[in-house]
Write a protein that binds this ligand. Structure first.
Ligand SMILES: Cc1cc2nc3c(=O)[nH]c(=O)nc-3n(C[C@H](O)[C@H](O)[C@H](O)COP(=O)(O)OP(=O)(O)OC[C@H]3O[C@@H](n4cnc5c(N)ncnc54)[C@H](O)[C@@H]3O)c2cc1C
Length: 398
């Protein structure tokens, strides 16, 4: 039995070293805070993920991550149940494709170089609040810190133990990776495939990497039972994929941002504990993008923690306030868009060719030139103007 004196002590304990935890650990360590990070696996490790980064990641990450970018994406081939392909290319990068083993390893290495003490193959089993901090236990030992950051993903143990009233939805997603020498010809140079007809509420994707395709599907209404069949149907419907020998898909929950009422009442801070990334359900409800928000929330959490160490008037709740200010308003609009697109997927697919300027405007969200909020306002303007124009022409010819 371990005694209290054997507990390893630090200022901040980070649980989980995906993009969220690695970023928070890096930011805190480079500011001189003593950080211990615990990771249940050992990097580099495989992660079920499409590995698509929207290009605005350039605004929050320094450029060294480009060394692990496998493809730079300039356009999308939209399909509906494998048919009616519509290609819309942009004149610049809208996304980068990475393999998560290499990308996450790079971020973890940055944290290590900045001074984070990392223990791998060490899974946190339990967490407890103390008067002046938090204690976490693993099969190997005990850790005490003034603050704990839960960055342990969709099945967060920190959230289960320290945020007990938290009730949130998780949606199923599946993915398979197939090695192929045809990456550059399918779905086309620098393009991804997005199919909004593959499932009732969600989409299927094909993301090209250097020597393989990541093929996946997510259902945002949370019906896991039929997802394998839908994945199979997507492959069969797509003529190019149907000829490939695609390994069985692996599943992982996607902790999408939930309906505003459910989440906005629940804080991401509880005493000396904060949740970031997937543990905080910071996943875009429209397309399931989570890596950007994992990194951004890691930075925002580090900011709040640095605040309380340097100024006693500041509070960890500053982190919660920052998420409500910067991320939730975006997710509220994304929820509205998801509702429209996944209620009328075929209609939206059909209208995409008519409203290509709206799609280009959406690419500007990927690039960080627009936010969801500015996009929504401008897109409404474009659609209204175009409808008026249609009506005018109809009247002229009647
Ligand atoms: C099929 C699929 C496809 C996706 N595709 C994309 C995409 O293309 N683009 C995108 O932006 N997002 C995508 N996502 C979402 C993205 O994977 C997540 O949002 C992102 O990984 C969140 O990062 P994170 O650091 O919060 O959590 P994670 O990346 O899940 O990292 C959590 C870490 O914590 C560790 N851990 C867990 N429990 C413990 C414990 N008890 N003790 C210690 N360590 C622990 C885990 O081993 C892991 O390393 C996809 C998700 C799925 C399921």
């Amino acid at each position: 039995m371990q005694t209290l004196s054997e507990a390893k002590v630090c200022d901040v304990l980070v649980v989980g070293l995906g993009p969220a935890g690695a970023t928070a650990a890096y930011e805190l360590s480079r500011a001189g805070i003593s950080v211990i990070a615990l990771e249940k696996d050992a990097h580099p490790r495989y992660k079920v993920c499409g590995g698509g980064l929207s290009a605005r990641i350039d605004q929050i990450l320094t450029s060294e991550f480009h060394s692990v970018v496998e493809q730079t994406i300039h356009g999308v081939q939209f399909t509906y149940q494998g048919k009616e392909p519509l290609i819309i290319d942009d004149d610049g990068p809208i996304a980068y494709m990475v393999m998560r083993d290499r990308f996450d390893h790079l971020l973890v290495q940055k944290a290590r170089d900045a001074g984070t003490t990392i223990y791998e193959n060490e899974s946190v089993l339990d967490c407890e609040t103390l008067v002046d901090g938090v204690e976490a236990r693993t099969p190997r030992g005990c850790y005490r810190a003034k603050v704990v950051i839960g960055a342990d993903g969709a099945n967060s143990r920190v959230a289960q133990r320290l945020f007990t009233g938290r009730r949130v939805r998780r949606s199923p997603a599946l993915e398979s990776e197939v090695r192929t020498d045809r990456v550059s010809s399918y779905p086309g140079e620098r393009r991804i495939v997005v199919d909004v007809g593959a499932t009732n509420c969600g989409y299927a994707w094909v993301f090209p990497k250097k020597d393989r395709l990541s093929i996946g599907i997510g259902d945002f209404h949370g019906r896991p039972s039929s997802l394998k069949q839908l994945f199979h149907r997507f492959i069969v419907h797509d003529q190019a994929l149907a000829t490939l020998d695609i390994p069985p898909a692996c599943g992982h929950p996607l902790p999408l941002y939930d309906h505003p009422d459910a989440l906005s009442t629940q804080s991401l801070v509880c005493g000396r504990a904060l949740l970031i990334g997937d543990a905080a359900h910071l996943v875009d409800p429209l397309f399931g993008e989570g890596i950007y928000y994992a990194i951004r929330s890691g930075q925002m959490a580090a900011d709040a923690v640095l605040g309380i160490f340097s100024d006693q008037n500041r509070s960890l709740l500053d982190y919660d306030a920052a998420v409500r200010r910067e991320i939730y308003p975006e997710f509220h609009v994304a929820t509205r868009l998801a509702h429209i697109i996944y209620t009328f997927p075929w209609l939206c697919h059909r209208l995409s060719s008519r409203y290509q300027d709206v799609i280009h405007l959406y690419y500007d969200v990927f690039k960080g030139r627009e936010t969801y909020q500015t996009f929504y306002a401008k897109a409404k303007g474009l659609v209204t103007a175009s409808t008026k124009d249609l009506l005018r022409r109809a009247v002229r010819f009647s």
